[in-house]
Design a protein around this ligand. Structure first.
Ligand code: ACO
Length: 321
């Protein structure tokens, strides 16, 4: 059978670091409130000239170097973002051109914070079907550009960044190798709990992020615990066999509550929300890259990715490194 194997990863952050204390100079908030309610201590905010595509390109270049693969050998780019450079064309095509692999398949996926899971599932399916051999799966965002900087209930929660992984199709007899099992879900009835109040077909504006935080929180814990359970069951593994959980980094309290609900050792949960805040589709590959590069996630490890975001959309994927 054909399976997708992770060959490399990379990530990128804007140069401009903004601490909670700096934010408190602009809006009515405090370092104490943000840390206590979310675990966030700082975030990176894109400067003029830095866009979703420039961050995505940097992350992709690092993933290529890490895997030792030439850009010309990439035949698929799937980029998850809710903050594209332009309404069209897809940001993936700008990244493709910047990398110099023109001609390969390149498109964006829109599933907000779970975008990386949707992108990974799409690329994995295309690799398994033989449509492509080597794919860059990227999550990249500049959420700072869709925040209402006068709304303290949302603007303190997000940051900008990008993460990328390179996956490659390979024949194997081992059903527990590479991307093992992925489950995705969506529920459009929850649209109004987390959305952007603009768009080309409605207001002809970009709009700002709107969120009912408390309700999102409640749904997140329930949905994430459920989908993780589905993946574990489908893969025929136990929770104890998972070496690392790389969750979407929205809020430390969501990470803790989900781990508690499933009986996952908190030591196995990769946490970067304190450093990066919520970078939406970028958060899972960013956290993964951090934990791979600092030596925690190693070859052979069983890693669970999981995320939930606007839509709602949510999903999880079990991958053997
Ligand atoms: N600084 C100071 N005070 C604030 C701030 C702020 N930045 N924001 C809100 N407050 C105040 C509120 O006005 C409220 O005051 P009041 O009691 O006088 O009315 C008080 O703090 C409590 O507000 P709540 O919204 O009830 O606080 P809560 O404990 O629910 O925390 C939060 C809010 C952090 C948004 C939380 O609900 C959350 O993280 N939800 C999940 C949302 C999320 O992460 N979404 C991301 C995308 S989806 C996903 O990734 C899962």
């Amino acid at each position: 059978m054909i399976r997708s194997f992770v060959r490399g990863s990379g990530s990128a952050l804007p140069a401009n670091l903004v601490t909670n204390a700096q934010l408190a100079d602009q809006v009515d908030t405090s370092d104490e409130w943000i840390v206590e309610r979310t675990g966030i201590k700082q975030r990176y905010i894109a400067d003029e000239g830095e866009t979703t595509s420039t961050l995505a390109t940097q992350a992709a270049q690092k993933a290529l170097a890490d895997a030792g693969v030439d850009a010309k050998d990439i035949d698929l780019i799937v980029l998850a973002t809710a903050t594209p450079d332009n309404t069209f064309p897809a940001t993936a095509t700008k990244v493709q051109h910047a990398l110099g692999c023109n001609g390969c398949i390149a498109f964006d996926v829109a599933a907000v914070c779970s975008g990386f899971l949707y992108a990974l599932a799409t690329a994995d399916s295309m690799l398994r079907s033989g449509m492509a051999k080597r794919a860059l799966v990227i999550g990249a965002e500049t959420f700072s550009r869709i925040l209402d900087w006068e709304d303290r209930t949302t603007c303190v929660l997000f940051g900008d960044g990008a993460g990328a992984i390179l996956i490659e199709a390979e024949e194997t007899d081992d059903p527990a190798a590479g991307v093992i099992s992925t489950k995705l879900h969506a529920d459009g009835a929850q649209h109004d709990l987390l959305y952007v109040d603009g768009g080309p077909s409605t207001t002809q504006t970009v709009g700002h992020l709107r969120m009912k935080g408390r309700e999102v929180f409640r749904h997140a814990v329930v949905n994430l615990a459920e989908v993780l359970g589905e993946v574990v069951e489908n893969a025929g593994v136990s929770i104890e066999q998972i070496d690392w959980v790389v969750p979407h980094q929205a809020n430390k309290r969501i990470l803790d509550a989900t781990a508690r609900k499933l009986g996952i050792d908190p030591e196995k949960v990769i946490v970067t929300v304190d450093q990066h805040a919520n970078t939406s589709a970028a958060s899972v590959p960013l956290a993964f890259d951090v934990a791979r590069k600092d030596g925690r996630i190693k070859s052979g490890d069983m890693v669970m990715f999981e995320a939930m975001g606007g839509g709602f959309t949510w999903g999880a994927s079990l991958v053997q490194m």
